[in-house]
Design a protein around this ligand. Structure first.
Ligand code: GLN
Length: 188
């Protein structure tokens, strides 16, 4: 099974490593043609605004939106969650706008305010989670399942084939959230 990792900016290598540890062929995605043959795509942490600008310049923004609308499974972490969200409460634009949640960018503060927590994830048990300038979900639509919360706020959500985390599972050695995403991709 071939899984892509959006590779224009952000912590691409960490996601490729996590996927490789799970035995799938993980491919960096830099241009529209790289989307061919993928069974799923990971949108990494980084800087959502920078990623979007770079994706627009190559046509990848449009091509990815088309693939995701057509049912390609996606897993966004942190900036990736922001790229997927339908609404961003403190930013002037939205990006892919396919996941029915509203997020507040940088809601956990600055880089120096980063922290690690253990979260209780539905069906997975306790999972370590690193939060870095994390978005928090402030609204979820009716079709969105909340799989984990931190401080009462949803931090891992799923809407059909789209999974999104406020935190960075790729920065820990625990691959269960990636494994969960692969189970979504296998069903397609
Ligand atoms: N603040 C970043 C953004 O808005 C996300 C931070 C992260 O991915 N660690 O894109």
């Amino acid at each position: 099974m071939r899984i892509g990792v959006l590779a224009v900016q952000g912590d691409v290598r960490e996601h490729l490593n996590a996927l490789e540890r799970l035995g799938v062929a993980a491919m960096p995605v830099l241009k529209p043609g790289d989307l061919a043959g993928l069974k799923g795509i990971v949108l990494p942490g980084g800087e959502s605004t920078a990623m979007w600008r770079l994706m627009q310049a190559t046509g990848l923004a449009e091509a990815l939106k088309r693939e995701l609308s057509g049912g390609l499974p996606a897993f966004g972490t942190c900036a990736g969650m922001i790229l997927l969200a339908k609404r961003i409460t403190n930013w002037k634009e939205t990006f892919l706008g396919l996941l029915d949640i509203a997020v507040e960018r940088n809601a956990t503060g600055r880089q120096v305010d980063s922290f690690e927590e253990r979260l209780s994830v539905d069906g997975l048990g306790e999972v370590p989670a690193v939060f870095i300038r994390a978005p928090l979900v402030v609204e979820v639509g009716p079709g969105v399942e909340v799989l984990a919360r931190w401080a009462g706020r949803p931090v891992l959500v799923r809407q059909g084939r789209i999974l999104a985390a406020s935190f960075h599972p790729e920065l820990t050695q625990d691959t269960r959230v990636h494994e969960y995403f692969l189970s979504v991709c296998r069903k397609e």
